[in-house]
Design a binder for this molecule. Structure first.
Ligand SMILES: [Zn+2]
Length: 142
């Protein structure tokens, strides 16, 4: 008498309760790794489950959309929130404007003398000069 072969791998411990717990964590803004940890599973195991369970995959998409929004709302006001969460409140707008102005000034106020490598002093190699009788102006300070 033969016993039926088990499918390879540990059976997934992801019942309705765990699934709901996972989706709640994602909805509240946890990363997929953090949410997987709350139900003691790996992201890979959950991805595999999503591939074989279309209704779970759809619920996960909805949860992820809400989660992104929740994370954006928790982001502190500043340039990052202005850029990534499109927050145009006075704090974010001022921070973004200040940072942009700084970046632009850094580019426009740089003179060619500051950047041209030809302007670096030529170093002479005393050892090579002693051997050939003439200094070799090859080495330049970068
Ligand atoms: Zn803001």
């Amino acid at each position: 008498m033969t016993t039926p072969r088990r499918s390879p791998g540990r059976p997934l411990q992801f019942d309705d309760t765990a699934r709901q717990q996972y989706l709640t964590a994602v909805t509240e803004g946890a990363t997929l790794t953090e949410a997987a940890r709350t139900v003691h599973l790996t992201v890979q195991a959950i991805n595999k489950h999503a591939r074989t369970n279309p209704s779970f995959a759809a619920a996960l998409e909805v949860a992820r959309t809400h989660g992104r929004k929740a994370r954006a709302e928790r982001m502190p006001h500043g340039e990052s929130r202005y850029k990534h969460a499109a927050c145009h409140c006075p704090i974010c707008t001022t921070a973004a404007t200040t940072a942009r102005t700084k970046r632009r000034n850094r580019h426009t106020h740089t003179t060619p003398e500051d950047t041209t490598p030809d302007q670096a002093p030529v170093l002479q190699l005393p050892h090579a000069a002693a051997q050939k009788g003439q200094p070799l102006p090859l080495a330049r300070a970068s």
